[in-house]
Design a protein around this ligand. Structure first.
Ligand SMILES: Nc1ncnc2c1ncn2[C@@H]1O[C@H](COP(=O)(O)OP(=O)(O)OP(=O)(O)O)[C@@H](O)[C@H]1O
Ligand SMILES: [Mg+2]
Length: 265
């Protein structure tokens, strides 16, 4: 069991000696093995939510719990893929992926097997001994994803993990993530700016308002996906033109548009 609970979460920050409310009234339960995507305008507090679940940031009001325990700091049950890749520049691809495993009690043979598995899955064979600066942005991001998956965490926290990828690589990674998520479901909190990506990947989509960030609406994608049989399709291009998919995408877009405060359209 690994759920993530936000209960009445508020976060106040200080900027230039003035306090402002970045997040308020956040009530959300990401159920065990549920994939929840968060979308919302820039600066609405998405990364802050994720950092609180990761234990890197703390609420100024309310509580964040993982597995029913109040989060006090980072833990091996939660792996994070950051908005920026955050690889160790002085470590090779292999050593970057191996890094987190070293602090876990994983049998060395099993560790080696997992690293090899994800290197292959992410198409990084032949680059094991390369350093991050020798890789393209997309490859660096695949190393960052492999590094999180290899830990086999109960909870995956992903902050715009595909944001820096080119469109083709992005689609491959999305399909890979769907495949992994269906094969070996984890509890995932996934932040994205890409509406289509959220509809394709998530069981539920949380749409946030602009600052102070609150939850505008939570959309149940899973029941629609199951009712419409999208799961039978594998590729994003096979589902993105279905009326049910288009309908959801348009709905999320409208909610986001509302947040722009743009009255001219
Ligand atoms: N450590 C901090 N100190 C002060 N203000 C902060 C801090 N971290 C975040 N903020 C502010 O809190 C707000 C929310 O930031 P956050 O990074 O969570 O937004 P976001 O939704 O992830 O945005 P983006 O989509 O651009 O990544 C912003 O106004 C940001 O400037
Ligand atoms: Mg962010």
């Amino acid at each position: 069991m690994a759920n993530i609970q936000f209960q009445g979460v508020q976060r106040v920050f200080k900027q230039n000696d003035k306090e402002f409310v970045a997040l308020k009234d956040i009530d959300l339960v990401v159920q065990d093995r549920e994939f929840v995507a968060i979308v919302g305008p820039s600066g609405c507090g998405k990364t802050t939510c994720m950092r609180m679940a990761a234990g890197l940031e703390h609420p100024t009001g309310g509580e964040v719990r993982v597995d029913n325990e109040i989060v006090t700091g980072p833990g091996p049950d939660r792996a994070v893929v950051f908005q920026a890749f955050a690889l160790f520049p002085w470590k090779t691809v292999w050593d970057n992926i191996e890094f987190g495993l070293q602090s876990l009690d994983v049998d060395p043979q099993e560790a080696k097997r997992r690293i090899e598995q994800y290197i292959e899955l992410m198409g990084l064979q032949g680059y094991e001994q390369a350093y991050p600066h020798q890789l393209s942005g997309g490859m660096q991001q695949r190393v960052a994803i492999a590094r999180a998956y290899v830990l086999d965490p109960k909870v995956l926290l992903m902050d715009e993990p595909f944001g820096a990828l080119d469109a083709q690589t992005r689609v491959v990674m999305q399909e890979e993530l769907v495949r992994l998520a269906r094969k070996n479901p984890r509890t995932v909190l996934f932040i994205t700016h890409a509406v289509e990506e959220a509809v394709y990947l998530a069981d539920r989509i949380v749409v946030m308002t602009r600052r102070p960030g609150t939850i505008r609406e939570i959309i149940d994608v899973k029941s629609i996906r199951e009712a419409e049989g999208w799961d039978a399709h594998k590729r994003i291009e096979d589902v993105m033109d279905l009326p049910s998919f288009v309908h959801l995408r348009t709905h999320v877009w409208k909610l986001l548009r509302e947040q722009q405060g743009d009255d001219t359209h």
